[in-house]
Write a protein of this length. Sequence first.
Length: 202
Amino acid sequence: MLLKRCFDLALVIISAPFWVPILILVALMVRWRLGAPVFFRQERPGLNAKPFHLIKFRSMTDERDSDGNLLPDADRLPAFGQWLRSTSLDELPELLNILKGEMSFVGPRPLLMRYLPLYSTEQARRHEAVPGVTGWAQVNGRNAIGWEEKFKLDVWYVDHRSLWLDIKILWLTLLTVVRRDGIQAPGEATMPFFEGNHKDPA
């Protein structure tokens, strides 16, 4: 755990001359194209499911219907927002979460708090590791794979995590971002909500 934390901090600090200017530039672009707020903050479960506030660049508008309800994701995700997600630039502010020790470069992605009671005991083991900006599931399908497969990959990472595996995942992440693989689930603007583990009746 200490080695992983030192690796994360060293990588963030060494790469700061590269990512800080990009962070500022993208923030200005988001402010111009989507308006305020520039950042999207949401409570997510971290290590041992302890809540923290995830920071991302805003990629969707706040368009609502006549009753004041938010429109579906597909209607609120403009071309600029799609570009942010396809390049993974919307994830850049999560480097601040890494500096605070709430996230790591590599680990199971922090999902929604509402999913916590829906996990099976095995799936909940994904919270035994610090959540990551990228992870084993992200380089093995990202949003193009189903929830069950995604959670299996997360738990596999928990059981096999090592510094060398993290380095491998970071390299594969670069390739995934360049190829823009698995950005969205088939037929979805992003990823459908996890609704729990439904089994057909016997």
